[in-house]
Write a protein that binds this ligand. Structure first.
Ligand code: SF4
Length: 385
């Protein structure tokens, strides 16, 4: 049933695509390598954000060999701002495989590259290798579930079924077909707001449209909420240099960041409200059981500060300079949303007299040129001048 409908839908879609295809930089002078770069960049990232960065990345690393021979820091720096840095690491690892073994010629070979899932393997295989392999993502699910008026919840089983349905009707123009589905989902059967059915090549076939029920599809599983993490971020400035530290395992692993720590008890952390004016009494509320002379338990980042009375517990704010800190120059809050986590950050620009050896100290220019700092810290990077 779905196959029959698709057999009619495919030529209409290809005809529409020839007239309406988007002009995108990765559709010019394409190679399997450049298609892989584009598809990895486009994972979880808007087309508009990728456009400029793709061109710059390809200029810097025009071939898999050029990418494979760069250092990881160079690759991460070039990826800066795109987020989801594991993609950059995977692309780097994939380039090393390709430089050694050549670009794979089958879907399975592409799928085996680091960072490549079923969707990316399908996209690269059909677009760059001419293989009849579908690429089913949320956009394709939206478009097809409306075409079929399909009430099945989006998930692996549905995507597998749609892949099989598409594989059965794949036309010889494999890349055009994949990109036509992408373009229809991005520009006509849009993800946000009402679909533009009057402009759709499928308006006379689409079951959801004919029933005036476009908004009923796709059926989505209930989403889990994001975990909220509160962080205190310290932009430590000593002369012309700023403190950086490399992240360990997990989220944004291996990237550079400003020293930060989980925000602790409200009485201990300098919140925006408490910052100006500072009131030691509120910083050391006995009700919150924060030991007034316990710097290590209270401010672990600055834990070596000898207890010198209540102000030693929140030295950034008090009269007791932490490791030579002269004072807080600025403060602000910022939020960054990852797929599963939300960071709520309070950041402080602090002038210090000494360069704490626990950190790498770099000038603003070095930070701009050399060290990749995730865009999660963008609000605080603005202090680095
Ligand atoms: S007719 Fe409307 S709902 Fe159906 S595929 Fe086209 S844009 Fe989407």
């Amino acid at each position: 049933m779905e196959t029959e409908l698709l057999k009619t839908a495919v030529p209409l879609l290809l005809g529409w695509y020839r007239v309406h295809k988007r002009d995108l930089p990765w559709r010019e002078n394409r190679t399997p390598y450049s298609a892989l770069v584009a598809e990895l960049m486009l994972q979880q990232t808007r087309v508009e954000a990728v456009k400029e960065r793709y061109v710059a990345f390809l200029n810097r690393f025009p071939t898999a060999e050029a990418l494979a021979s760069a250092s990881e820091d160079e690759v991460l720096k070039e990826w800066e701002g795109l987020g989801y840095y594991s993609r950059a690491r995977n692309l780097y690892a994939a380039a090393k495989v390709i430089a050694k073994e050549g670009f794979p010629r089958t879907w399975y070979g592409v799928r085996a590259l680091p960072g490549v899932g079923d969707y990316t393997a399908g996209a690269v295989s059909s677009i760059a290798l001419g293989l009849p392999e579908p690429a089913v993502d949320g956009n394709v699910v939206r478009v097809l579930s409306r075409l079929f008026a399909d009430g099945e919840t989006d998930g692996p089983a549905l995507r597998k079924r749609y892949s099989a349905a598409l594989r059965a009707v794949f036309p010889p123009e494999t890349g055009d077909f994949t990109e036509a589905l992408m373009d229809l989902g991005a520009t006509v059967c849009v993800p946000n707001g009402a679909p533009l059915c009057e402009e759709c090549p499928w308006k006379t076939l689409c079951r959801a449209h004919l029933a005036n029920e476009e908004g009923h599809y796709p059926v989505r599983a209930e989403k889990k909420g994001r975990r909220v993490e509160n962080l205190t971020v310290y932009v430590l400035k000593c002369g012309e240099k700023y403190a950086l530290k490399k992240r360990g395992k997990g989220l944004l692993a291996g990237l550079w960041e400003f020293p930060n720590e989980p925000a602790g008890p409200a009485s201990c952390r300098p919140s925006m409200e408490k910052l100006f004016p500072f009131d030691p009494a509120t910083c050391h509320s006995p009700a919150e059981k924060v030991p007034p002379q316990g710097p290590t338990s209270c401010c672990p980042l600055l834990g070596e500060v000898p207890p010198q009375g209540p102000t030693s517990c929140c030295p950034l704010l008090g009269e007791v300079p932490p490791q030579g800190a002269k004072g807080v120059l600025a403060a602000k809050t910022a939020k960054h949303i990852f797929t599963h986590v939300e960071w709520r950050m309070t950041g402080y620009l602090v002038e210090t007299e000494e360069t704490d050896p626990r950190f790498l100290w770099a000038t603003a220019e070095e930070i701009r040129e050399k060290y990749a700092i995730p865009s999660a810290f963008k609000a605080f990077t603005e202090w680095v001048k």
